[in-house]
Design a binder for this molecule. Structure first.
Ligand code: ZN
Length: 303
């Protein structure tokens, strides 16, 4: 069983300037859960003044918690956000930890040492509340400012974050720089440092390599893949390129390969109508929604 974690309500929406109405976000989350999606990152506990798109995250957590069987997770930038996330009732939270120190300084004004202290603080809050805590190793495959990020750096920082109390890790291709060979190398190297705590790949499809990278990860034992419905968010530097890996295309690939996701593809594709209506004119990506499943798709599922 592969866990497809829907991150559109967080990563997708925070990448576009428009604010989706709360009612539409709720409809989106409910419809994806009804399609069989078992984990949704509903938002981010950043200061509301910073990202108005995420200002209703606490309300979304409360709503999502009423959906049976759904793992409700949120992003937290720091200990302050973690406290708010716990108060809102999240089941899991993750903090992004940029492997490029330049990127970290530019985005959250923190050095690696300061981030490790923040991770330790968040781990303590999570532990006390019985909330699952993951660290997203962002810009792990390359940085738009620094270029290459040495694999040894990623391994060293992952080990340090594990020491600081991270229960789970994802490798994040924030910049869409990863290639499949690199995914295999880095998954192996990080797993050697943190073991089975590395479960997840967070991929962007900026250069069209998202599915190839996902497959490379699966072959190395990755069991959770982040994706965004309609590849929402796009990439401002690559017109026509989706943001995150497109959930619909990923689910088609996994289901067709016989890797169980528990997600009904047709129901999932129908959820796009909610996005199209709430965000008119916003590009929605994906090949599967246009082409439809293969004629023998249902036969493949039965295998
Ligand atoms: Zn992302």
């Amino acid at each position: 069983m592969i866990l497809v974690s829907e991150v559109g309500p967080r990563d997708g929406l925070q990448s576009i300037s428009r604010v989706m109405p709360l009612a539409a976000k709720k409809a989106w989350i409910a419809a994806e859960a009804a399609a069989g999606v078992r984990e949704i990152e509903v938002g981010s506990f950043v200061p509301p003044g910073l990202l108005p798109q995420m200002a209703d995250t606490a309300e979304l957590v409360a709503f999502a918690r009423t959906i049976p069987g759904l793992n409700v997770v949120a992003l937290v930038p720091n200990a302050k956000g973690a406290t708010r996330a716990v108060a809102a009732g999240v089941m899991g939270m993750s903090i992004p930890f940029s492997m490029s120190e330049t990127h970290s300084l530019k985005n959250v004004r923190k050095t690696h040492a300061q981030m490790l202290a923040e991770i330790a603080a968040v781990a303590e809050i999570a532990h006390a509340a019985g909330v699952h805590f993951a660290v997203g190793l962002s810009t792990a495959f390359g940085c738009t400012i620094e270029g290459a990020v040495p694999e040894a750096t990623v391994v060293r920082l992952a080990a340090a974050a594990a020491e600081a109390g991270a229960a789970e890790f994802s490798l994040s291709d924030t910049t869409g720089y990863a290639d499949p060979a690199q995914v295999k190398r880095l998954v192996r190297a990080v797993r050697a440092a943190v073991g089975a705590r590395l479960t997840t790949l967070h991929l962007h499809n900026t250069r069209g390599l998202g599915l190839a990278n996902a497959l490379a990860g699966l072959e190395e034992g990755i069991t959770t893949l982040d994706a965004s419905l309609g590849g929402l968010g796009g990439c401002p530097f690559a017109p026509g390129a989706s943001g995150n890996l497109v959930t619909e295309d990923l689910v088609l690939m996994l289901n067709s390969m016989g890797l169980k996701t528990g997600i009904d593809l047709e129901k999932l594709i129908a959820v796009r109508a909610i996005l199209a209506e709430a965000l008119p004119g916003e590009p929605l990506y994906g090949f599967t929604p246009d082409a439809g499943p293969m004629l023998d798709y249902r036969e493949r599922l039965a295998k």
